[in-house]
Design a protein around this ligand. Structure first.
Ligand code: NAD
Ligand code: ZN
Length: 360
């Protein structure tokens, strides 16, 4: 097992990465000194795959666990589902020392984390991420929340988990498209922080696509280290943490204009990162050869790298970027790369340059 520490003073926690860890969930929770009662929140798919294993592991360590099932998909990340969870927690009589286990992908982690942050003014919670995206990204760092009709993640909190347990075996049942979408975040870490990781991905991509545990363990651990280090330096996103949004300004806008239906998040940010690399070439002199390497790696991972938009769609996309909550004083600011492994945040990009880059 690999352990990555997220050092945040009293709110520090470990990320455990390995195979077969789900069976040890109970023991790991026992070591945290939590109350005896807990609720596992999982979506229907994940509950079917891993609900009973999680329940058994907790029961074996003496915990009284109840499984709360939520619908699948991004639309479940709503205040409506949050309320349904609150009602079940109340029926179960969860107390201040009780805890919540978020078992599933980023949708479940964000929602269950938000429930934990707010029920009884805050309960401890444990993340058990079961998608690649959740293991390398959403389960770490304490950003929790839900969507409103007006936009994604508009309601939320910072609430750090007490433990993140990444069982690589759970990834075996993940649909290929979801797995590839997770690789988009993995590649992102190489571009923003670690040229060595980027080279490793170029070399090891076939092994990763086969989900070989050894290769996965090394890559997931490295991504978690990078995220932990960024979060340690800037827990509440007053600056540096913005680098994690490389490719996300365009990606989020693309998700929004396609009404969250056409692209998975990872697919949208693959397109967004390639576009951001092209902008980086123009604004910061990212070498053309690096832009080509970036595009090629996303292609090899089976991810889309371009969109074709007509003029009205292009206008919609630019408007959606201006609505992004990362925009300040109306100016769209970008995370751009100087080279692979080194990015800078807060670069304003002229609208004309942006419009010209998106359709190429
Ligand atoms: N909090 C953060 O810092 C942060 C960061 C990035 C993304 N996010 C959020 O994460 C969400 C996306 O997460 P996601 O991509 O994990 O989506 P998801 O949670 O919807 O999971 C994707 C699909 O895979 C299924 N699934 C999950 N694990 C499985 C497994 N092991 N086997 C088979 N099926 C499985 C789920 O039921 C679902 O249908 C978005 O809402 C996004 O906003 C949050
Ligand atoms: Zn993302």
């Amino acid at each position: 097992m690999r352990i990555v520490r997220v050092p945040l003073g009293q709110r520090s926690y470990d990320i455990q990465i390995g195979t077969g860890l789900l069976a040890r969930l109970g023991g790991a929770c026992a070591r945290l000194g939590l109350g005896r009662r807990c609720a596992i929140i999982a979506d229907r798919n994940v509950a079917r795959h891993f609900g009973s294993a999680a329940h058994k592991a907790l029961a074996k360590a003496g915990f009284a666990a109840e499984l709360i099932t939520i619908p699948t998909g991004e639309t479940a990340k709503s205040l409506h589902t949050v309320e349904a969870c609150y009602n079940q927690l109340a029926a179960q009589r969860l107390e201040r020392k009780s805890f919540i286990v978020a078992l599933g992908g980023g949708v479940t982690g964000d929602l269950a984390g938000f429930v934990a942050a707010t029920y009884l003014r805050g309960l401890p919670f444990v993340q058990v991420p079961t998608t690649l995206l959740a293991q390398v990204d959403s389960s770490v760092g304490g950003k929790v929340g839900v969507n409103l009709a007006a936009g994604k993640n508009l309601v939320g909190a910072f609430h750090q988990p007490r433990l993140v347990l990444c069982d690589l075996h759970t990834l075996a049942s993940l649909p290929l498209r979801e797995y590839r979408a997770g690789l988009a975040e993995v590649i992102k870490y190489g571009i923003i922080c670690d040229a060595g990781l980027f080279r490793l991905l170029e070399r090891d991509l076939p092994r990763l696509l086969r989900r070989e545990p050894r290769s996965l363990a090394a890559v997931v651990a490295r991504c978690c280290e990078i995220k932990a280090d960024v979060v340690r330096q800037d827990e509440t996103e007053s600056g540096l943490r913005a680098i994690l949004n490389f490719g996300h300004t365009i990606g989020h806008a693309l998700e929004a204009i396609s009404r969250y239906g056409k692209y998975l998040h990872g697919e949208a940010i693959a397109i967004g990162q390639v576009a951001a690399a092209k902008l980086s070439a123009q604004v910061l002199g990212l070498p053309g050869a690096d832009v080509a390497r970036i595009e090629r790696l996303f292609e090899r991972a089976g991810l889309p790298t371009r969109v074709t938009l007509n003029a009205p769609q292009r206008r919609q996309l630019l408007a959606a970027m201006r609505l992004d909550k990362k925009v300040s004083q109306g100016e769209v600011k970008f995370v751009l790369a100087r080279r692979i492994g080194a990015v800078e945040f807060g670069h304003p990009v002229p609208a004309a340059l942006l419009a010209g880059t998106i359709n190429h």
